[in-house]
Design a binder for this molecule. Structure first.
Ligand SMILES: Cc1cc2nc3c(=O)[nH]c(=O)nc-3n(C[C@H](O)[C@H](O)[C@H](O)COP(=O)(O)OP(=O)(O)OC[C@H]3O[C@@H](n4cnc5c(N)ncnc54)[C@H](O)[C@@H]3O)c2cc1C
Length: 391
């Protein structure tokens, strides 16, 4: 592990420090930085590896069902994502999706749903996915049109979901659909849909700049027993937002991992590359760049672990998590771009570490709430906290 001084911060307990150090040693030994072209096989293998080594136990809540604790420890998942992202983007993705995909079950599932799926998610024997977005409902989740109509003791799902990570390799999908006549965010419900349910098909596999399993799903008269609804009817929006609330801060942590790796690579290159009878690091222009990169990372890390710490204390972190996600992802993009620049031509060679980071970071500024959405959340919370003016 490169610079670990941040682990001394008061946000952490000794168990967090031990977790980060042990995971870094494990990842150094077991995680390949580059995977082959078959991203599905690579992702399946990573889920199994992470499960067998016990790391996925942090991604689920409930000790009776394979979790390391009853309530997901935000600082633990942040440190895990940060360390994994520093090693390999796909390893971070595999860990994060097990958590996000099963989060609604950890938080709102029945005992039967938990015992059927959570233990398998935690051991790496079942792959999870979270299906919220639709072609016409991304940032505007409430515009969702995928419908679930009650028919006896089943719901019948019709519609589409898109941008679904793990789509195509998942063993089950947590699907959000409209069950009621209520408009907007009211009238949505969540369902646990095993991948082999008749009527659920993979309509399209989507290739993105940082390859990982991603798909558009189609539901065509897909029958799901009422017992597979997660939480109460009409609670779908709350369930989706509560799940995202747990994992939003961890997106910031993943961005931090990418940024720290970029700074490490940049520092190494700047001190080794000779030009004009000195090293690249001897130039003050380079030093200014390195200073900005390091300061941005620390600022983002402080916001990230403040949000994680507050959440673990049971405090509301809507504003703090949004600040962390926005700052860490935007900062990481700038830091990584700076590292690419330090490497010159080498920085844009396919599969060079900084070229990979350049591709890995981009989607983090879009998913789980684009930067603009985080800005709106922060401003809304600020304005809401103002005292009501006297009449
Ligand atoms: C790699 C990847 C993986 C994903 N994985 C999943 C997954 O597993 N499950 C899932 O359900 N979804 C997933 N998504 C979907 C993701 O959550 C959506 O892409 C995201 O919510 C944005 O929706 P959209 O793509 O429809 O963009 P749009 O909603 O069309 O937004 C486009 C842009 O508009 C801007 N914008 C948005 N709102 C505002 C506003 N109020 N004011 C001003 N500007 C605004 C933002 O810059 C935004 O990027 C994934 C996406 C990507 C790229």
């Amino acid at each position: 592990m490169a610079d670990t001084t941040y682990l001394d911060w008061p946000f952490f307990e000794d168990r967090h420090r031990a977790l980060a150090t042990q995971l870094d040693a494990w990842a150094t030994e077991h995680i390949a930085e580059v995977h082959g072209r078959d991203v599905d096989a690579a992702c399946r293998a990573l889920v199994r590896q992470l499960g067998e080594a016990g790391w996925l136990g942090h991604a689920v809540g409930g000790q009776a069902h394979g979790g390391h604790q009853d309530v997901i420890d935000t600082r633990a998942i942040c440190l895990i994502r940060e360390v994994l992202a520093r090693h390999a983007g796909l390893a971070d993705f595999a860990f994060a999706m097990q958590g996000l995909g099963s989060g609604a079950i950890s938080l709102f599932g029945t005992d039967a749903q938990k015992s059927e799926w959570l233990t398998r998610v935690a051991s790496g024997n079942a792959i999870a996915a979270f299906a919220l977005s639709e072609p016409d409902a991304g940032s505007d989740v409430a515009a969702m049109s995928c419908a679930a109509t009650l028919d006896g003791d089943h719901y019948v799902l019709n519609g589409e979901k898109t941008w679904i990570s793990n789509g195509g390799i998942a063993d089950f999908y947590v699907v959000f659909a409209r069950t009621g006549d209520a408009p907007g965010s009211r009238g949505l419900s969540a369902f646990l849909v095993p991948a082999d349910t008749p009527g659920l098909t993979i309509a399209e596999r989507i290739e993105v700049i940082a390859p990982h399993p991603l798909a558009r799903l189609r539901f065509d008269r897909c029958r799901v027993p009422v017992s597979q609804r997660i939480g109460a009817s009409g609670q779908g929006f709350k369930i989706a937002m509560s799940t995202l609330d747990v994992f939003r801060t961890s997106v910031a942590a993943a961005a931090l991992g990418f940024a720290r790796r970029a700074l490490d690579e940049g520092l190494q290159r700047a001190t080794q590359r000779r030009m004009f009878n000195q090293t690249l690091a001897d130039f003050q222009l380079t030093q200014a760049k390195l200073a900005d990169m390091a300061t941005g990372i620390d600022a983002a890390a402080l916001l990230t672990y403040r949000a994680a710490w507050m959440r673990d204390r049971g405090q509301k972190v809507t504003k703090e998590a949004a600040m962390a996600k926005m700052t860490a992802t935007e900062t990481a993009q700038r830091v990584i771009d700076g590292a690419v620049q330090l490497f010159g031509g080498l920085g844009v060679v396919s599969d060079h570490p900084v070229e990979r980071l350049y591709r890995e970071i981009r989607a983090l500024r879009i998913y789980e709430g684009a930067t603009e959405v985080q800005q709106l959340i922060i401003a809304r919370e600020l304005l809401r906290a103002l005292p009501t003016p006297a009449a």
